[in-house]
Design a protein around this ligand. Sequence first.
Ligand SMILES: *[C@@H]1O[C@H](CO)[C@@H](O)[C@H](O)[C@H]1NC(C)=O
Ligand SMILES: *[C@@H]1O[C@H](CO)[C@@H](O)[C@H](O)[C@H]1NC(C)=O
Length: 380
Amino acid sequence: MRWREAGSLGVPGHPGLALWALLLLLLLLLLPALTPAHAAWWFMSQLSASYTSTRVHCKNIPGLVRRQRVLCNRHPDAMMAVTEGAVQGVRHCQKQFQDARWNCSTIPRDASVFGRHVLKTGTRESAFVYSINSAGVVHAVTRACSRGAITNCACDLTKKGTDRDWTGQFTWGGCSDNIRYGTAFARKFIDARDRGQRDSRALMNLHNNRAGRKGVRKKMRLECKCHGVSGSCTVRTCWQTLAPFGATARWLKGRYDEATEVSMLPSGEGLVPRFGEHEAPRKKDLVYLESSPDYCLADSSYGFTGTGGRQCNVTSRGPDGCDLLCCGRGYDTHRRLITTKCECKFQWCCSVDCKTCESWRDLHFCKPWEDAAKSTASSL
Ligand SMILES: *[C@@H]1O[C@H](CO)[C@@H](O)[C@H](O)[C@H]1NC(C)=O
Ligand SMILES: *[C@@H]1O[C@H](CO)[C@@H](O)[C@H](O)[C@H]1NC(C)=O
């Protein structure tokens, strides 16, 4: 019976052929979904808000491994927070690196999001991306939990009784942010791809994911309410609360600046500093396996844009200065008419009146560069 049905697909006399063709087609369609080598879970940050506002469609997200898909189906409410966390991670990565040659830019509709190099090469930048996205998820899931947006999690009520901080004694109360739930969920979901793998890159990712989680916990702070005679604050009720994510992002940028180059022990048991004189990386440190390219040239095959065309600052000696940003290749100067508000006067009462002033200003842009991938291709 089955043969007949398949035969009706239009290859009379060769029903088996049609079936095989169909199978082959299905296999070809499924193949990219089975091997998401250039995709990462943080592709969720690129899905539009309308797509994720009601429910995350787990099967349509490239880059999730099987274990992640299971978690995705099981915890749709937490997945909304994971998406928020990834968006937050990307935004703050770009903020921290806005002056640098590598500026954490994303590639539209690319499943690797930041370019393949972040997934393929174990650089410092890659370490930062893993840690900040991991931190973003801890932060967002913890926050969602306190809001009551996640079914099986609530405020951290394990903190009870009295405690002390540097100003004295207080009583735990209110709703402490449940960082333990956020941390546990982020770990289960994000580490799923690398857990149990024995290669150096997996160890690197796991280490940096953990540093990201630590970065959120480290920045938590105590918030208190005073009771007692006319606000004298003799009696305090306190709870633990998350800091704005920017605090964690800045902290992780500091870890990036001091990241340790490591290699894997021959036994495969762990990572040790590449250069003997360095101290063993602590849990909060970022680690990387290979040195970074200079990011001067665009390389479309790896997904970075190069610094050609970037605006630079002629007077700055920092990374945004024209010398460093343009890699010594020089810059073009464009005179632009800039409009600003000026001569503002306070009017009684209560408004501020300003004039619009125009002035010419010189803006500087790095000279354009050729694409490294294209130029090697054309010279072949
Ligand atoms: C990063 O730099 C490129 C140019 O090299 C620019 O097109 C892009 O908008 C920048 N991205 C961000 C997030 O600033
Ligand atoms: C350029 O750099 C100088 C020195 O760091 C700084 O004072 C100035 O505000 C910068 N200019 C712009 C346009 O960012």
